[in-house]
Design a protein around this ligand. Structure first.
Ligand SMILES: Nc1ncnc2c1ncn2[C@@H]1O[C@H](COP(=O)(O)OP(=O)(O)O)[C@@H](O)[C@H]1O
Ligand SMILES: O=P(O)(O)OC[C@H](O)CO
Length: 496
């Protein structure tokens, strides 16, 4: 009897592999970081071969170190950094260029021109996304237009494009497929017809022969090549990391929401079986498809959250580890009037300003490192408050609690402040590996390891609940000050 599901969590900075048991408990984790490549300002690349090598290595490591033969693994689930573009040669299976990462802004000027031509509404209607360099489509166009020979080879049908799920699956079993949640982040996929959209492909000049077949998030797409793990394992669950975390947090019903505090912050609210168009600069995205049923989400993507804490550590040197920020911030009662807008790479939802840059205001002669640390944590919470406010307007739903996960969700001061500025309870679960858990659940449901969403929903348990304690008038005054600070950070860079 198979005892485990193996989840592969291919993140922006590291590849992880986690074995989950039948109770949804993570039994063992293996993790490997890989290179971040910054060829010029605003560009971020990965070597797709390093993504594959590190992912394979940690998967083998987690099995070996636990003495688990592949025959005891019922299925494999895959979750991944989203939007990142991989382009490879179908025959050799080798990438033809470095992967362009979701954080990369090289196609910002092209996105400006699309919006100036009035195409923003068309893309939003069909894909649920805003026209922004964050998404895959304009990155793929950049590769076709700028890497010598690539467009000709693409037109001859020699190349394959994929989001990172598709790349890993191609290497694992030779199939060229992506799941609906990843496809819905490309600017090329119609989230209503659930197909690649010919009109959008033509606008971005992308040959359809490059595209993967789109499959549901739960279901067997192939078996891993037997030589990889010693036996073939069915690949049965696939989802982008933020959608997987939403599934792992058991946000299975309309009105439930989670926020993941990692490098960035991604809040997703389940909106049911209808795609709700945002009127407040949020994204409408596919959560997952199980059988014929598709569940949709509203998403607010904040580009810099934990990254601001890393900057305190690596840029300013005022803390030695991310964990230290909590004690430093707690050593003062407030920020002393300081506001920090960590728009290092522009602002995501709900501002979508590629030209904003990091800004600190309200500094006085009495400002200390502790005030800056506290303002940094506050900024993470305020950015999420901006997103939740937009979400509640779009969905016309009052949130009853926000489920949280990700590295910075360990920080109790931040979580309490988050509850205070949202005016909504914040709840941290026992298992915080929710991204990998979500992929494991999707895979396990497909092979009968688990039998229903109700069964897996019952496994979710609270570790700690943070109740809002800030008076309403104070909450509104603080958010008003934050938004004044944001206005100072906006549109700072000169446009091309
Ligand atoms: N105690 C903490 N307080 C605030 N931020 C933290 C804390 N611990 C980790 N972080 C931040 O969380 C991020 C790491 O979280 P993780 O979920 O692993 O991110 P990712 O998946 O984006 O790499 C880092 O940016 C780090 O600075
Ligand atoms: O790899 P993460 O956890 O930083 O997540 C990245 C997101 O998927 C980007 O949209």
């Amino acid at each position: 009897m198979s005892k485990y599901i193996l989840a592969l969590d291919q993140g922006t900075t590291s590849s992880r592999a986690i074995l989950f048991d039948h109770d949804g408990r993570p039994c063992h984790v293996a993790q490997q970081e890989f290179r971040q490549i910054f060829p010029q300002s605003g560009w971020v690349e990965h070597d797709a071969s390093e993504i594959w090598d590190s992912q394979l290595a940690v998967a083998r490591q987690v099995l070996r170190e636990n003495g688990v033969p592949a025959s005891e693994v019922a299925a494999l689930g895959i979750t991944n950094q989203r939007e990142t573009v991989v382009l490879w040669d179908r025959a050799s299976g080798e990438p033809v260029a470095n992967a362009i990462v979701w954080q990369d802004h090289r196609s910002a000027a092209f996105c400006d021109s699309l919006r100036e031509q009035g195409k923003g509404a068309l893309f939003q209607k069909k894909t649920g996304l805003v026209v922004d360099a964050y998404f895959s489509g304009t990155k793929l166009k950049w590769l076709l237009d700028n890497v010598p020979g690539v467009r000709d080879r693409a037109e001859r049908g020699e190349l394959a494009f994929g989001t990172v799920d598709a790349w890993l699956i191609y290497k694992l079993c030779g199939e060229h497929v992506a799941d609906v949640s990843n496809a819905s982040r490309t600017l090329l996929f119609n989230i209503h017809t659930m197909r690649w959209d010919e009109e959008l492909l033509a606008l971005l000049d992308i040959p359809a022969s490059l595209l993967p077949r789109v499959v549901p998030s739960s279901g067997v797409v192939g078996n891993t090549r037997a030589e990889l793990f010693g036996a073939a394992v069915p690949i049965a669950g696939i989802a982008g990391d933020q959608q997987a975390a939403t599934f792992g947090q058991a946000c299975h019903h309309p009105g439930m929401a989670k926020n993941t505090y990692g490098t960035g912050c991604f809040m997703l609210m389940h909106t049911g079986r209808e795609a709700i168009a945002s009127s407040n600069n949020l994204l409408t995205t596919v959560g997952w498809q199980i059988g014929d049923r598709t569940d949709y989400m509203l998403e607010g993507s904040v580009f810099n959250a934990g990254a601001a804490v890393q900057w305190l550590r690596d840029g300013l040197g005022i803390i030695r580890s991310s964990d230290e920020v909590e004690a430093l911030a707690t050593s003062v009662p407030d920020t002393g009037g300081v506001h920090f807008v960590p728009a290092f790479s522009g602002l995501g939802a709900p501002y979508w300003d590629a030209y904003a840059r990091g800004t600190m205001v309200g500094i006085s002669r009495g400002t200390t490192a502790a005030h800056i640390a506290r303002a940094t944590l506050a900024a993470i919470a305020y950015q999420s408050a901006d997103v939740l406010e937009a979400m509640q307007r779009d969905a016309a739903i009052g949130l009853t609690e926000l489920r949280v996960d990700g590295g910075a969700a360990r920080n109790d001061l931040l979580m309490q402040f988050q509850a205070d500025v949202l005016g909504v309870p914040v709840v941290r679960p026992m298992v915080t590996e929710t991204t990998a858990l979500g992929a494991a659940y999707l895979a396990g449901l497909a092979v009968g390891f688990w039998h229903s969403q109700a069964e897996i929903g019952a496994q979710w348990q609270v570790q700690k609940r943070f109740e809002p304690a800030m008076p309403e008038d104070e909450r509104h005054a603080r958010l008003a000050d934050w938004r004044r600070a944001v206005s100072k950070a906006r549109d700072w860079l000169q446009h091309d």
